[in-house]
Design a protein around this ligand. Sequence first.
Ligand code: TYM
Length: 355
Amino acid sequence: MSEFKPLVFSGVQPTGNLHLGNYLGAIKKFVALQAKNDCIYCVVDLHALTAQLVHEDMPNQIRSITAAFLASGIDPKAHIVFNQSAVPQHAELAWIFNCVARIGWMERMTQFKDKAGGKNAEQVSLGLLAYPSLMAADILVYRATHVPVGDDQKQHLELTRDIAMKFNLDFASQIRETGAGIDIKVGDQPVHAYFPMVEPLIDGPAPRVMSLRDGTKKMSKSDASDLSRINLMDDAETISKKIKKAKTDPDALPSETEGLKGRPEADNLVGIFAALSDKSKADVLKDFGGQQFSVFKPALVDLAVETLAPVNGEMRRLMGDPGYIDTVLRDGGARARARAEKTMKEVRDIIGFVQ
Ligand code: TYM
């Protein structure tokens, strides 16, 4: 029994401002994973077309996500940073996966149901339905094994495993004939696989950062109220105002995590504090248990400003040098293309396309 070579892949859409949820749920983890892994981080511009076709400022949106990656500490030389459209193999594999996956699998995705719900089929694009198939292709075109994401992407990654498994089983004999697969175990089951079963990396104290206005709703780019989120480009004064106005309940913080149950806003702010300071929620409560929000909130403001100000400053500096960002993307794109083409050659062989 062998194993796939560990490889980390993740992506962020160039749609609207990045917020603290994107930072704590994804980008901060991308940075930490670099020390011990080979990593590929992608600005998924093809995905941005699924919900809205025309983006007035697409080039700068792509550059701003890239700037956030670099400003947060991603090293584009040791790893790969690129934009998805620069590697057409993603779209090629996505087409094949469209023919592997079943429509019912796509229709069951909660994100699809949330976005398409209430509207008739004429109003959502076919791309929005097929979105998870492209996401599976993003990951599997590199045969990546580990995917750091926020909790909202969990279902998409389960679907990625389903697609990989079905491809492995449907093409089992061709995979053997080409010699491109390896023997792995899925649970107790031995499988001769071409694509790995990806592992989501969703751990940490803030896998789902919630709105500052409503602890039961996810912090999101699309929330009408800017007070609901902290944007990576917010200045210190704005961050302070948003945290001070954040919804809370009247009680003091508990001393144990158990006491956060049924207190979504308190749970969220403690989770944010923990993720920003690389501590567990239990450790944060050791320091703040019994304290009122009037004490906790200013400490959270200081921590958030101290952590985000350098990222914010470096992002602004990088956005002033678009030429440099484009060089990073071009270089990453070329290296990603070479790796993706290696996979696609084998996939075309497995399917039986003459090449
Ligand atoms: P996107 O662009 O919506 O979000 C980027 C990352 O941020 C995480 N995230 C959150 N984490 C915690 N709390 C929140 N409130 C929050 N909001 C967003 C997301 O989970 C994500 O990790 N489909 C993906 C992009 C994608 C991708 C991929 C990811 C395309 N292909 C392949 C991984 C692998 C998306 O729309 O993320």
